[in-house]
Design a protein around this ligand. Structure first.
Ligand SMILES: [Zn+2]
Length: 559
């Protein structure tokens, strides 16, 4: 035996109570489970009564770029994650022609909040096609398991060039895209991903390419994905995309559909529940639709140089095209301000920001003389200054050379509502967006948050239910074989934790990106070890520095 973890409370992932015992591992697989197992392991661990569960499957990440320079996929494995799905929302970096690399990186900068300098220094472009990308990341190795979507926006840019952000595809282009998806599925993609969401804008505020697709294009491509009876279609849905249309795609392709990002919006409190109900009705008709939700309040840290919460507003678009002094001049322009304020008068379903000024907080000023303002909300600061909140925010930011840091808790902040979403039978808890939005937020510890905050502290669900939600359930939805469960014959992806303390820690800044740039991260609380395919990759102090890369690129999925 390579490893025996003894004296643990074992949650198998199926949702039932824990049983006490030992788990033995050989060649990366679970080979025995029971009380006082015979034999000795090359490594023996006394869990001391702590809890052991399958490693967390994080089905919504954006590690596509990071994985080319960081095989640890920090910080996920330190937070109990043993498998990630990359390439969500259609934002992938393959396929990509050499001439489009800078465009793809600039788009990621905008849409996923990654610094262009980090990407230029970090991404290793040793591939062009999607199958080549798969081979390249597999060869480099990884310390968690990785499954990859093939992404619509990259495919469009590859086939249509500059026209990808202008129009729907013609039949010739559709044929080429179809072929790329079929080849991608044959190379082991987990499915096909796209976005129709209005907040998904690329470089200079131009829509991400997938948003230019018409329903016919989506139908052709989703059917191409499902051609061999495999794959899951994932999309981040704009309000204009109807659940009924997605149900028709599930019907024609006979494949499951994961619908992101269902976040609770207090200005439209029933909207998310209406969507979940529509998804539930489709499921009742035998079509496997899932609503992807988050168990974390959606916070964004931002400056007005890159004001993600505002970028869903049409009237904000001009601000995404200019920088520096030009941006300052625009922000002081009365016409620009009037246009934004007019648009904000009309609350909009699915829009990130709806004039909830009390949810915007000033967290870091640029000049020490302003320090006394930190920690106050924008509505309060504006009232003190006798100004409208929007005017105050712009005036103040310009006076601070646009370096003022704000945080916005815009969505998913109503805990009664989020608890109700978590319990919805059509919902799947994910949406960490790990690997993206690195300067805005870090929800890579969403699994620990579900177990600690929602199960233990609030009792919204039970701990075994939370564990099921993070392990066996996503393994099943995504058709990942032999993972997400503690059972003999399954891969030894394991998480040892203390249910009394398990949580995600406070967010803080670290400077470990290429070029020493900063990102937000959170530390685990109550995690004692993470094992991927039987090899320990993290302990209570975080990721273990090592040359071992026990993760596998997952290429085989069941039907
Ligand atoms: Zn995403």
């Amino acid at each position: 035996m390579d490893l025996i973890i003894r004296n643990a409370q074992i949650f198998d992932g199926l949702g039932g109570q824990a049983t006490h015992g030992d788990v033995a591992v050989k060649a990366g697989m679970i080979v025995a489970i029971g009380e006082n197992l015979n034999g000795t392991g090359a490594e023996e661990i006394d869990a001391g009564g702590l809890s052991l569960m399958p490693g967390i499957i994080d089905s919504h990440t954006h590690f596509d770029a990071q994985i080319t320079w960081d095989s640890t996929l920090a910080p996920s494995s330190s937070l109990g994650v043993t498998s990630v799905v990359i390439g969500n929302c259609g934002f992938t970096i393959a396929p990509c022609r050499p001439r489009d690399r800078d465009l793809v990186m600039r788009n990621l900068t905008q849409v996923e909040g990654m610094s262009i300098d980090v990407l230029r220094q970090g991404v290793n472009w040793n591939f062009e096609s999607f199958p080549q990308y798969m081979d390249a990341i597999e060869q480099r190795g990884m310390s968690t398991n990785v499954a990859a979507f093939i992404g619509h926006s990259s495919i469009r840019t590859y086939v249509m060039g500059a026209d990808a952000v202008e129009r729907a595809a013609n039949s010739n282009e559709l044929g080429q895209m179809k072929k790329i998806i079929e080849d991608g599925m044959a190379a082991g993609a987990i499915g096909f991903s796209t976005s129709t969401a209005p907040q998904h804008n690329g470089h200079a505020g131009v829509p991400m390419p997938s948003r230019m697709a018409d329903p016919y294009e989506l139908e052709i491509l989703v059917n191409a994905m499902g051609h061999d009876g495999k794959g899951i279609f994932m999309l981040t849905k704009g309000a204009q995309t109807e659940v009924s249309f997605l149900e028709s795609l599930a019907n024609s392709s006979n494949r499951p559909i994961m619908i992101a990002a269902l976040l609770h919006n207090s200005t439209k409190p029933e909207a998310t529940f209406d969507e979940l109900a529509a998804i539930g009705e489709a499921r009742g008709r035998g079509h496997e639709l899932w609503g992807q939700i988050s168990c974390c309040p959606l916070t964004n840290d931002f400056t007005l140089k890159s004001a993600y919460p505002m970028e869903g507003l049409n009237a904000w678009k001009p601000a995404m095209k200019v920088q520096g002094e030009d941006l300052k001049a625009l922000l002081m322009d009365p016409d620009f301000r009037k246009n934004v304020k007019d648009e904000l008068l009309q609350p909009l379903d699915g829009r990130l920001f709806n004039s909830e000024w009390h949810k915007l907080e000033l967290i870091e000023v640029n000049y020490p003389k302003n320090q006394h303002l930190e920690g106050k909300t924008v509505d309060l600061l504006a009232a003190e200054a006798g100004q409208e909140p929007f005017d105050w925010m712009l005036d103040f930011s310009v006076s601070e050379d646009l370096e003022t840091l704000f945080t916005a808790v815009l969505l998913n902040s109503d805990e009664d509502a989020v608890g109700r979403m978590i319990r919805d039978p059509s919902a799947s808890v994910a949406l960490s967006d790990a690997g993206a939005h690195l300067t805005f937020f870090c929800d890579a510890g969403f699994g620990l948050h579900l177990m600690g905050h929602w199960a233990r502290d609030l009792g919204a669900i039970t701990l075994p239910e939370a564990i099921h939600e993070l392990t066996t359930k996503p393994a099943k939805i995504f058709r990942i074989p032999k993972r997400g469960k503690i059972e003999v014959g399954y891969h030894a992806d394991l998480l040892l934790f203390d249910p009394v303390t398990v949580a995600r820690g406070a967010k803080h800044r670290v400077h470990d990106l290429p070029g020493g740039e900063a990102r937000l991260t959170t530390d685990a609380v109550g995690v004692h070890g993470t094992w991927v395919n039987g090899v320990q990759v993290a302990n209570q102090n975080g990721i273990i520095e090592s040359d071992q890369k026990p993760g596998e690129l997952l290429r085989d999925f069941y039907k």
